[in-house]
Structures are given as C-alpha cells and as structure tokens.
Design a binder for this molecule. Structure first.
Ligand SMILES: *[C@@H]1O[C@H](CO)[C@@H](O)[C@H](O)[C@H]1NC(C)=O
Ligand SMILES: *[C@@H]1O[C@H](CO)[C@@H](O)[C@H](O)[C@H]1NC(C)=O
Ligand SMILES: *[C@@H]1O[C@H](CO)[C@@H](O)[C@H](O)[C@H]1NC(C)=O
Ligand SMILES: *[C@@H]1O[C@H](CO)[C@@H](O)[C@H](O)[C@H]1NC(C)=O
Length: 244
C-alpha cells in the first residue's frame, strides 16, 4: 500500500485537531466484550474498574451505556453491495450499545482522559509536544526506536482483533469466538489493513476492491489523524516503562 507516503502526509498535517465521539469508531474490540454472551447481547460497555454493574464508570458518573446509531443513508453508486460487508455502518454489525463518556472522560470504558488532560478527575492539563525528529539527539532517537521495538513486542493490553467475518465469528461450534491478541504496533498496522481490505463476496468470487473505507472519501484526513493518534497514545502511556 502507499503507506510510507501516507506516513509523511500525516506528519505534515499534524496540527489538525480531530474530535471523535464514538469510542469504537474504528477500533477493533475490547477484550472484555468478545465473549459469546457479550457478542450476542450486542453490548460493549465494560467498567473501567472491573466492578460488576459499573458499566462505563456510571457509578462515578464517568459515562453511560447508550444505544448507538450510524448514518443510515444509502451508499453511493460506487458500492453496490449493501449489507455484504461488516464494516458498513461500523460497528453496528458487532455492537449496537457502547459507552458514551461525560465531560473530560474518554476511552471505550470511559477509563481514560480526553487528549491533553490527566489526573483522577481528568481536569489537569498536560501539554504533549511532538518533537522534530531532525532535532533529536542520537540517544533520543535510539530511545524512540527502542520504544517502537517494545510496541512491536508487547501484546495490546485492551484490544483484540477480529480475524473472521461476522458470519463466522462464533466459531465452528457456535461458542468459540474468533478473535486474536495482537501487539501494539501490529494493531496499528492491522487497523489500517482492515479499513482498506476488499469486500468478500463469496467462495469462488473475486473480492470487490472498489471500496476503501479510509482513503476513498472525505474521511481520509481525519481517519489518518486518529489512526496515528492511537499509536501515539498507546506509546505515551508506556513511555516511562519503555524509557523514552
Ligand atoms: C442490537 O444487537 C443485538 C445483538 O445483535 C440485537 O439482538 C438487537 O436487536 C439489536 N438492537 C437494535 C436496536 O438494533
Ligand atoms: C475539564 O478540564 C478542564 C481543564 O482543566 C476544566 O477546566 C474543566 O472544568 C473540566 N471539565 C469537567 C466537566 O470536569
Ligand atoms: C454455548 O455454551 C452455552 C453455555 O455453555 C450453552 O448453553 C449453549 O448451548 C452453547 N451454544 C452452542 C451453539 O453450542
Ligand atoms: C490474549 O492474551 C490474554 C492475556 O494476555 C489471554 O488471557 C487471552 O486468553 C488471549 N486471548 C486470545 C484470544 O488469545
């Protein structure tokens, strides 16, 4: 894919600010939600504290579990296969209730703070500076590369990926859901792949490559800003551990 070029592009448009509301907008799925029961319920509203009944941190007013909607307008003529692709009206094929976070809280379980905020109540500002790689010392560059290397080796603590179409997701016995662990860096690569991959039309038929959910449309810039932010944040929360 044109990935290296895009990499340059997203760095150039760096200052653009993106606001995203739906926590599952294009993530794959929180590990807590992919049990057979969880999938059958269509609800993905984990608790940030792991306490039963505290969906989305509702006991401390961090958020609540809500029914979600997606744009229901017809697809354009460039995509004639309505209903055949799990990514249409994402993430409704998998989940139709997710967390909506209040105030400064964020994340799939409202356990994180919005960008630029920190503290138990997420009301303290922090400033995150993106350094120019050309002005970094050799040691700083090495620390960055080491952190990338750690990201490549460390299993993502929260998210798992779906490696089958929804139709096959409950497994051959109906009770062994088809999800896999993935490392933090590979998750970054996977989510890009998943968004651009072809639409499967059935055995023996050529897959349809005429739709590309992250490039061929007005979401191109915002999608890629968020894509990069996700890796950036996954690495920032581990920066002390990884020594950068
Ligand atoms: C939400 O998803 C569940 C599980 O797939 C389904 O049973 C339910 O009918 C859906 N609700 C709506 C409003 O679509
Ligand atoms: C969110 O954080 C800002 C910045 O510290 C603060 O001024 C504001 O009161 C916070 N909002 C809520 C709802 O806590
Ligand atoms: C899945 O497991 C549950 C609980 O063990 C059982 O009640 C159910 O019948 C199983 N479903 C299928 C399709 O095997
Ligand atoms: C993923 O890893 C976690 C712990 O790191 C483990 O409990 C879980 O069974 C693994 N899940 C899969 C689908 O391999």
């Amino acid at each position: 894919s044109g990935f290296p070029l895009e990499g340059i592009f997203v760095w150039i448009v760096g200052p653009l600010v993106v606001t995203l509301c739906a926590s599952l907008a294009w993530a794959q799925f929180p590990r807590e939600c992919i049990t057979p029961e969880g999938l059958r319920s269509g609800q993905c509203c984990p608790s940030p504290t792991g306490v039963a009944g505290d969906e989305c941190g509702s006991s401390t007013a961090r958020g609540q579990c809500v029914t979600i909607a997606a744009d229901s307008r017809r697809h354009g003529p460039q995509y004639p296969y309505a209903g055949r692709d799990d990514r249409e009206r994402w993430p409704l094929r998998f989940f139709n209730r997710t967390c909506q976070c209040n105030g400064n809280f964020s994340g799939y379980n409202c356990g994180r703070c919005k960008h630029g905020l920190t503290g138990p109540n997420c009301d303290q500002r922090i400033s995150v500076v993106r350094r120019n790689v050309m002005q970094m010392s050799t040691a700083e560059k090495q620390a960055f590369v080491n952190a990338l290397d750690q990201a490549k080796k460390t299993v993502h603590p929260d998210l798992v990926i779906c490696t089958r179409r929804y139709q096959e997701v409950f497994g051959p016995d109906g009770n062994s859901t088809q999800f896999q662990n993935i490392t933090i860096y590979n998750y970054f690569v996977w989510s890009h792949y998943y968004s651009v991959s072809k639409t499967y039309l059935g055995p023996g038929q050529a897959s349809f490559g005429g739709v590309d959910f992250s490039h061929e449309g007005p979401g191109f810039v915002t999608w890629h800003r968020f894509h990069l932010l996700q890796l950036e944040r996954d690495m920032q929360v581990r920066r002390r551990k990884w020594g950068c």
